[in-house]
Ligand binder design. Structure first.
Ligand SMILES: Nc1ncnc2c1ncn2[C@@H]1O[C@H](COP(=O)(O)OP(=O)(O)OP(=O)(O)O)[C@@H](O)[C@H]1O
Length: 325
């Protein structure tokens, strides 16, 4: 569990102050995968680095499993950090150490006896599917394998939470899928709580239970992917589910995007629209996607008739997202 309250981070430079985080509050629930997205410079790295105090917040509170990280210093902070795993875009492996030795590093720092270390490293390498590469050096591994080593190392001390800093940004799409599948599996099997930052929308769709959008140091939207998909005016929704272009042909009638989530996707709403409200429906485009087991459908339609307002109200009442353009 990660609780962030009113977090502010200023970087003081000689002649100016940069406000990287400006009152950020969010909670990552136990066992949840929470994504933070935002453009370059939005403050994502600063946010994640404030959770394990790699950056000290200017003000605000960061609690990890109930412990206020901002109050800790020295040995106490080091101990608390051991309960927080972190993985990085460029893996941050030591090139002079083998895979097994890289994974063993946090255990050495924590003073685990040799035998215990070996047992735990073998367990971790099996967990990430690298049992047969224990003696390889990082230079002999693919990007995906390097990230698996990074994940094994991050989990060495059995952390309660994992921070992921653009962990798939340097990987090709297929490898990205396999790393995301591994993270999802670890989340489910170990109940691992994950806070990840990314600029890749595919990552959000693939594994995040909830997501927040960071813009100039502030959270401007947050919710589940399904909630955001059907929220009119959501910028994230239009990025996650791009509306097809109409190629300059604006059809007659009222142009609207209808979003169906889960059970709403099964209801015969179009038929009702025509029969009950005498509304003509011209379907311009449509798509349906499976996002984390839930169907999210979108229809772009042009509606005409005298009772459109009533029909739109009825659609909203059926749980559809209705965005009029
Ligand atoms: N050490 C630093 N000193 C001064 N300013 C900094 C420092 N680190 C970050 N910043 C500034 O803080 C703001 C947020 O940066 P941050 O790296 O957190 O954003 P980001 O969303 O992670 O971007 P990117 O994806 O490009 O890394 C930016 O304006 C950046 O220039």
């Amino acid at each position: 569990m990660i609780e962030i309250e009113n977090l502010r981070k200023e970087y003081r430079q000689r002649d100016r102050t940069v406000v990287a985080l400006d009152g950020v509050s969010l909670t990552v629930r136990p066992g949840e995968i929470f994504g933070v997205v935002g453009q370059s410079g939005a403050g994502k790295s600063t946010l994640i680095r404030c959770v394990n105090l790699l950056e000290r917040p200017t003000s605000g509170v960061v609690r990890v499993n109930g412990q206020d990280m901002t109050r800790l210093r020295g040995a106490e902070l080091r101990r608390a950090r051991q309960r927080i795993g972190m993985i990085f875009q460029h893996f941050n492996l030591l090139s002079s150490r083998t895979v097994a030795e890289n994974v063993a590093l946090p255990l050495e720092v924590m003073g685990y006896p040799r035998r215990e270390r070996q047992r735990r490293v073998a367990e971790l390498l099996a967990l990430v599917g690298l049992e047969d590469r224990a003696d390889a050096y990082p230079a002999q591994l693919s990007g995906g394998q390097k990230q698996r080593v990074g994940i094994a190392r991050a989990l060495a001390a059995e952390p309660a939470v994992l921070l992921s800093d653009e962990a798939t940004s340097a990987l090709d799409p297929e490898t990205t899928q396999s790393i995301l599948a591994l993270l999802r599996d670890l989340n489910q099997r170990l109940g691992l709580t994950i806070l990840l930052i990314t600029h890749e929308m595919g990552v959000v769709k693939e594994i995040c239970h909830r997501v927040a959008v960071l813009e100039a140091g502030r959270i401007v939207e947050s919710g589940t992917v399904a909630e955001l998909a059907s929220r009119p005016g959501s910028h994230l929704a239009t990025t996650l589910f791009p509306r097809p272009a109409l190629n300059g042909n604006r059809p007659d009638g009222l142009l609207a995007t209808l979003t169906f989530v889960g059970a709403a996707a099964d209801a015969p709403v179009m038929t009702t629209l025509v029969r009950q409200f005498s509304v003509d429906v011209n379907v311009l485009s449509g798509s349906i996607e499976l996002v984390q087991g839930e169907r999210i459908g979108q229809l772009q339609v042009a509606l005409s008739g005298d009772r459109i307002d009533e029909a739109l109200e009825w659609l909203r009442g059926q749980g559809l997202g209705v965005e009029v353009h």
